[in-house]
Design a protein around this ligand. Structure first.
Ligand SMILES: Cc1cc2nc3c(=O)[nH]c(=O)nc-3n(C[C@H](O)[C@H](O)[C@H](O)COP(=O)(O)O)c2cc1C
Length: 365
């Protein structure tokens, strides 16, 4: 490969994955719900947030580390749960786990993984959070126990997809799961009947179920897919160990705010009582910086890791995460931030601050 052909950015990986994957698989990976307004908005919202650097400050050493649910991490970039990774690379979740761990990135294994959870856990020390879809109380608890027995350290219950979203792009491309793919980790679990729409909705989780799971599960539970600050507060009151501000990468319901637009109100509702993560549209280190400035403790990337997995397996995943880490560190240094503690809302430039917002003088600390 010529140097000019090596991917240098997440965007390069997106293009390379588009060329490498069968068109129907690319449509499944890249597409979103409905007219894909939310999908586009997730990225556009980051573009629309200019950064306001501070100069001539003490340099520091570009510390990006943090403690998340009791574990020290080198940086705040996690890999989001993504289903069916064998569609992208034969080494699937094992490659993602190895690549993420090589770059100090925690990975969340999807409930719809194509690799047994113990095998994925063994492929990378930082593949240690497990995502759950609701399977009814008995099935969900049994799955949570399987994850705990395999050495996972936390669970992430996805709450924004009581039914599957409609994704016209993949429907037009004729995408269908190959018959030999199955959610291997769900085998043998009791599951509610899921035939008609009514049956699926009747089996969807409610607040009482989240509260029950947080009390019954052997591991801390984060709630993924929260946009409303009231829901965030309610999740923490129900016992959630953290929340993920997310619209599922624009894949479930179209017409939602970008997750980074919903983030500040959630962060202020929780006021540090529980960690706030955000995902959706993060494509550069500067986007990570923007998310931290608006109140996130950490971020998750989905498609960037999937594109890199499709292009170059574990090496690609490690490389794309390295790029994001480096971009974050450099952006922090140039913006005058020695560590995440220096990152706050005044890092976001506002031309006409609405009444009640920080003004230039109140930011001049
Ligand atoms: C191909 C694909 C599969 C996904 N599968 C899951 C899943 O199994 N469980 C889940 O909670 N979220 C799933 N998501 C959503 C991601 O966890 C995450 O919220 C989203 O990808 C973040 O947006 P980004 O792709 O713009 O970074 C999936 C996303 C993609 C792109």
């Amino acid at each position: 490969m010529r140097p000019e052909d090596l991917p240098q950015t997440v965007e390069d990986y997106r293009r390379a994955a588009g060329a490498a994957l069968p068109p129907a698989t690319a449509a499944w990976l890249n597409g979103g719900a409905g007219d894909e307004i939310t999908l586009r908005r997730n990225e556009a919202a980051f573009d629309a947030l200019p950064l306001m650097p501070r100069v001539l400050r003490d340099g520091g050493s570009g510390d990006t580390s943090l403690t998340l649910l009791g574990t020290r991490l080198d940086h705040p970039i996690l890999v989001a749960p993504m289903a069916w990774q064998r569609l992208l690379h034969p080494d699937a979740e094992r490659a993602l786990a190895a690549g993420a761990t090589a770059q100090g990135a925690r990975m969340v294994l999807s409930a719809q993984a194509t690799t047994p959870l113990a095998e994925a856990r063994g492929a990378g020390a930082l593949c240690d959070w497990f995502q759950l879809y609701w399977l009814g109380r008995e099935g969900t608890l049994a799955l949570a126990r399987r994850a705990a027995d395999a050495g996972y350290a936390a669970l992430m219950l996805t709450v924004d997809a009581p039914v599957a979203g409609q994704r016209p792009r993949e429907m037009r491309a004729g995408f269908a799961l190959p018959p030999d793919l199955s959610p291997v980790n769900l085998a043998g679990l009791p599951r509610p009947a899921a035939g008609s729409f009514e049956e699926v909705m009747a089996a969807a989780p409610r607040w009482a179920d989240l509260e029950w799971l947080c009390a019954a599960a052997p591991l801390p539970v984060l709630a993924k897919g929260i946009l409303h600050p009231g829901d965030a507060a309610r999740a923490v009151a129900a016992g959630a160990a953290g929340v993920v501000v997310s619209n599922h990468g624009g894949r479930v319901l179209d017409g939602l705010p970008a997750s980074v637009e919903a983030l500040p109100a959630v962060a202020s509702a929780l006021a540090g009582r529980a960690p706030v993560l955000v995902d959706g549209g993060i494509r550069r280190g500067t986007d990570v910086l923007r998310a931290l400035a608006l109140g996130a403790d950490a971020v998750m990337v989905g498609r960037p890791a999937a594109w890199a997995l499709a292009v170059a397996g574990a090496l690609g995943v490690a490389h794309v995460l390295r790029l994001l880490r480096d971009e974050l560190r450099i952006a922090m240094a140039i913006a005058g931030c020695r560590s995440p503690r220096d990152i706050g809302p005044s890092l976001i430039f506002r031309q006409n601050p609405p009444e009640g917002c920080l003004t230039a003088s109140s930011q001049a600390k």
